[in-house]
Design a binder for this molecule. Structure first.
Ligand code: NAD
Length: 242
């Protein structure tokens, strides 16, 4: 299927980054088994909650900064460079697709990017190291240096509006796709998991690669329950030999 495609969309979730040492959310020992997610409305409503959210974020960020792209990222970058894949739509915020060499214009981050922060009021970019320093010095959540607004990591929290441009780009890529491959997502988080559904409604073949069952296995043309590094390396080896 990959060999025949030239406009495949690869849709990734947290599972593609676990082999890089970044825990996913739902596996045993994953982040959510330890912490209940902080909703956007609570982040906005309370400075105390913001400080707690930032402290958690800074812990995850340390893991992300120290991580390197894994075999799954490398295989995806290889398929993009061979001309089989038009876009990588990712739910991940760890920047590892870009760091693995996928060109920026082929990556659509529908849940944002965790390598920087923005002001929710004026949009000004703030660096995470600055946030870290402010918290260390003041024990308070940071405020925008320009307008005093709330500063938040450039990621999408539960209850926060999805980014319009990225959602439009992801829809366009999905409609244009000749193959849709979901890799390392439990396909439980909507609206993100709506993209494989959309692909199927458009009669695009759907492949799901995940170690365990997902919410959309019943829709797929092919389900591969395997470790991502192993499955994707086998796939790229085969594509390379043809
Ligand atoms: P999820 O945690 O719900 O699902 C991940 C899936 O990947 C699970 O079903 C798990 O069994 C599978 N998996 C994990 N490692 C695997 C491996 N090596 N091989 C095969 N399968 C493997 O993640 P999700 O669907 O992405 O949704 C969670 C949300 O959390 C997303 O919105 C995402 O933005 C966010 N998140 C991002 C990161 C990151 O940026 N790396 C990490 C955690 C969570």
């Amino acid at each position: 299927m990959v060999q025949r495609s030239s406009r495949a969309v690869i849709f990734t979730g947290a599972g593609v980054s676990t082999e890089s040492g970044i825990p996913d959310f739902r596996s045993p020992g994953g982040f959510w088994t330890k912490y209940k997610p902080i909703e956007f409305k609570d982040f906005v409503a309370s400075e105390e909650t913001r400080l707690e959210a930032w402290r958690r974020f800074l812990m995850i960020r340390q893991t992300i900064v120290e991580a390197s792209p894994g075999p799954g990222h490398a295989a995806i970058a290889d398929l993009v460079s061979r001309g089989h894949v038009s876009h990588v739509i990712t739910q991940n915020i760890d920047d590892l697709h870009e760091r693995s060499g996928v060109p920026r214009e082929r990556i659509i981050e529908i849940h944002g990017n965790g390598t920087y922060a923005t002001c929710l009021a004026c949009g000004l970019r703030h660096e995470i190291d600055w946030v870290k320093d402010v918290i260390a010095e003041t024990e308070r959540a940071p405020a925008c240096t320009s307008c005093g607004g709330i500063v938040k990591s450039a990621t999408i929290s539960f209850g926060q509006a999805m980014p319009e441009q990225e959602m439009a780009d992801a829809r366009a890529a999905t409609f244009n796709a000749d193959l849709f491959i979901s890799i390392g997502s439990s396909l439980q988080v909507f609206p993100a998991a709506g993209f494989p559904v959309m692909a199927k409604q458009n009669r695009t073949p759907l492949v799901i690669i995940n170690r365990e069952e997902t919410g959309l296995d019943g829709l797929a043309d092919l389900v591969i329950n395997a470790e991502i590094g192993l499955a994707m390396t086998a796939l790229t080896d085969r594509v390379a030999r043809r």
